[in-house]
Design a protein around this ligand. Structure first.
Ligand code: ADE
Length: 229
């Protein structure tokens, strides 16, 4: 079995990686499809999880049951921290679920009772991702917190709320579910997201124009990481 797992939510987020697999084979396992082989010298298992936290959690569990020892998530996100632009890259420090709300019972917004507010990405994988991103010409990469929820964010008010409430850099729909499952297994992970939009009133239009283009940037970071491993 591959020792490194790579997850994306959509075809656009993984297709060049699966195309570059050497000695690759594809199989189904626990409701997900996996592509195993060699990628830039590393034994990898690549999978598309689909959209949202439930799909991400399910596929992560299946991937871990195949014996992977590390997980890299690659994809696109909406920028939340003021000043971030389309094409910028956010490497996860930690991830939380912004749509969790048990506040009527006295818990902090985003907190699942008896769990942590956020799950922390592996320090070495973060470092490797940053190093790799910084080698790519013209790319602006930062480390930051990522918020996931089963919502496509497309309003200035919601962006401001996410930033004021959680100080997140970017919003997407899967990362924190991967982080939660991987953390429970004790498996190191990192999430790499290139920004397709800034999650405001134009986010739907920007996402459709830029998603396929910027998805390539996050994949370039993954390629650089594999080459450095
Ligand atoms: N992925 C890319 N852009 C996003 C947004 N604005 N909200 C949620 N997920 C996204």
């Amino acid at each position: 079995s591959g020792t490194l797992g790579i997850i994306g939510a959509m075809d656009e987020e993984i297709h060049q990686l699966t195309a570059d697999l050497l000695d690759g084979h594809t199989f189904s396992h626990q409701g997900s499809t996996f592509h195993q082989g060699k990628l830039f010298g590393q034994q990898v298992t690549i999978t598309k999880c689909g959209i949202g936290k439930v799909n991400a959690a399910m596929t992560t569990q299946a991937l871990l049951s195949l014996g992977v020892q590390k997980i890299i998530f690659t994809g696109v996100a909406g920028g939340v921290t003021p000043g971030l632009q389309v094409g910028d890259i956010v490497i996860s420090t930690d991830l939380l679920q912004h749509d969790v709300d048990v506040t009527p019972l006295g818990y902090q917004i985003g907190l699942i009772p008896d769990e942590e507010l956020s799950w922390t990405a592996d320090a070495e994988l973060q470092e490797l991702a940053l190093e790799s991103a910084r080698q790519i010409d013209g790319i602006h990469a930062i480390s930051g917190r990522i918020a996931s929820g089963d919502q496509f964010i497309a309003s200035k008010d919601k962006v401001r709320w996410l930033y004021d409430t959680f100080q997140v850099a970017a919003a997407e729909m899967e990362g924190a579910a991967v982080a939660q499952v991987a953390s429970k297994w004790g498996i190191p992970f990192v999430v790499i997201r290139s920004l397709s939009d800034t999650a405001d009133g134009e986010a739907n239009v920007d996402y459709r124009s830029f998603m396929p283009l910027v998805a390539i940037r996050a994949k370039s970071v993954v390629r650089g990481m594999l080459q450095r491993m």
